[in-house]
Design a protein around this ligand. Sequence first.
Ligand SMILES: CCCCCC/C=C/CC(=O)SCCNC(=O)CCNC(=O)[C@H](O)C(C)(C)COP(=O)(O)OP(=O)(O)OC[C@H]1O[C@@H](n2cnc3c(N)ncnc32)[C@H](O)[C@@H]1OP(=O)(O)O
Length: 754
Amino acid sequence: MGAAVHSGNRRGTKIVVKDDAEEKKFNNNTKDLLDIMAFYSRVSGSVGVITLQNPPVNALSAAVRQGIVDTMHRALSEPEVKSVVICGQNGKFCGGADIREFRANMRGPPLVPMIHLIEAAEKPVVAAIEGVALGGGLELALGCHYRIAHSKARLGLPEVTLGLLPGAGGTQRLPRLIGVPAALELITTGRHATAAEALQLGIVDEVTDHSAVDAAVKFAQSVAGKSLDARRISTYPCPRSPDLAEIFEKAMQEVRRSARGAIAPVTCVQAVHASVTLPYAKGMERERELFSTLFTSGQAHALQYYFFAQRAVSRWSTPSGARWDTSKPRPVHKAAVIGLGTMGRGITVSLAQAGLSVVAVETQEKQLLEAKQAVSGMLERSAKRRGAPLAHDKIKYSCSIQAVADVDLVIEAVFEDMALKKTIFQQLSGICKPGTFLCTNTSGLDIDELASQTQSPELVVGMHFFAPAHVMKLLEVVYGPRSSPEALATAMEMGKKMGKVSVAVGNCRGFVGNRMLKPYLEQAFFLLEEGATPEQVDQVLEEFGFAMGVFKVSDLSGLDVGWKVRKADGLVVPGSTGKSARIRGGSRYSPLGDLLCEQGRFGQKTGRGWYQYDKPGGRVAKPDPWLHGFLEEYRARHGLVARRIDHQEMLERCLYALINEGFQILQDGIAAGPEDIDVIYVLGYGWPRHRGGPMFYAGLVGLDKVLERLEHYHQVYPNVSGLKPCSLIRKLAASSSPPIHRWREFIQKPRSQL
Ligand SMILES: CCCCCC/C=C/CC(=O)SCCNC(=O)CCNC(=O)[C@H](O)C(C)(C)COP(=O)(O)OP(=O)(O)OC[C@H]1O[C@@H](n2cnc3c(N)ncnc32)[C@H](O)[C@@H]1OP(=O)(O)O
């Protein structure tokens, strides 16, 4: 590197021309570095290098944008500089606009003119893309005249996942560069492309396995002085082809089908359409217009909240003060799965794919063989889909529970039967080497009761997977009152290794997800009693954005699952008549689910449930006249008069009962914060992401409004405890409904022994 001159300014920019020795001295001066957002250096005398510096992902904050503008002017004004390279520190080009700034007053130079400044430059500007170039980061790179990427880099325009569109020229430049179909696909899905794909599509000019910055500097030297006329993407003609109308129509149909009410994907298609119908400058105006509509929408707010919520849940804490940053996970190399039904098989696949050695145990030879075949098939399909190596050899199958003696962690995944699980935990406690973590995949049974069967209750935690376990991203990690912080930290870390989003929750019936499901389901049943059909309730929930309505989900997961639990709880009273048939423990109870099970209607698997299917195992739900007749007869038998229930009431009763339970869970300290609940509902229960999660949604609707409706419904149905507003929502509403990030301040800390 060349000779050094340091100079700085007060706006978050450091402009430096330096040599290697000086660089070392300079880098040691961390205080000096703190306010540097774009670092300027000159390499080999003639290449100006601008390095974005905003850890962890070099997001384009106001200071970074200011830094880029300042350093670009500097590079353009220095006669010795013949070309420019833009890169990011720590091997990351740029993660896009700083999402945290979206909810604050936007300051600093706007992105669009900044990118225009780069594109209009008379000296070639080369983007050196390492790590990621996402969102505004890729838009910045598209403003450069050349792009060199490292082979491991990922590029994309994920704005749609934040409820936005690429608003810094992405919707106008990308189609001009790579054509409409490819641009539409990338922009409407927000997916990341690999460097190899980006090269194939024409997004980047070169891919290197070595330093992209070194390659870019070399490249910049080679193009110095060359004409840039053909390198400014905004000057490329509007993309044209005879089938464009059809392409847009198909794209619009596809996003409408899959978006489930999300507006950003639809708006993205409209913005790309402008690149075809309008000249660049007008297209940019249209992009800005559409961007502004999205930017202020509740959906964008919800999706951006969710982005941070999903990251916040890894910073777990428990009521007793155990925390993610003070609890160390123990390494796990070998794990075991007990019980190879649907859940056990999925868990085995997840563990093997995470690189662990797995002992998979099933009691009967026949079931073991069946499971082995199923797991092999799942591994093969998954390896093909992910382009990853097969993980067959990671798994050892055994009919003997003794085979788990030397593993570091066991996940029990047998039937939801407390007696059976207790026996297994007693056995495991005697068989496993000291220190083995004993985990259960129960979806709601008492972790503490299981822990009490073992000699080391501190090693017991719940790992509640969601079906299909090798696909679903959510893992509820359940700590009992005696689980050690180390056990919790290890299970959380294991989830991460398996590619899951792990959420730590306290021990209670149903934990967070299934506990909230109960009052929601209950309302759905009551609505049927009062005159609704399963189709009407499901339609309302699907219009809200759920992937499936509650009755379709019930048919899919099997009505018998809940029936068994209710039977174990003594709630099912076959043949009961009169008033008592619909009351349990003084509260309203609907036996509808039990009555269907008594008829052998278990849902999809039996071809009949709340809907009918063309055969057992059929997937397409059709309204069932038998069910409608059954409901009429049921209402008549119980003296219930069917009424027309409007959409609003159906939605409010189902959702607000669920939300109310969420507040109760916060109040009880079972979830540490609303983010935990929201992530569980989005990832595990099909809650529409663009509505942020149930707790965020409650805040968006207004806590006073939710409270008022709960009070109203509880007045109408005083014997439905799920509708009685819990004290936390009352407290929050009485405190002028603080924003969601302040709710924790209003939760009284419950005591825990953990
Ligand atoms: C009128 C015209 C106006 C024009 C406006 C132009 C608009 C442009 C829109 C955008 O650019 S929107 C942003 C687009 N970018 C993204 O969506 C990328 C988001 N980030 C990621 O996908 C990932 O973070 C990553 C970059 C792939 C890195 O993943 P990794 O797993 O390595 O780390 P994380 O845990 O996800 O993140 C680490 C840390 O960084 C925070 N963070 C990440 N990206 C951003 C960002 N763009 N802005 C602010 N903060 C970001 C993340 O939140 C983590 O911190 P936390 O404290 O743990 O939450």
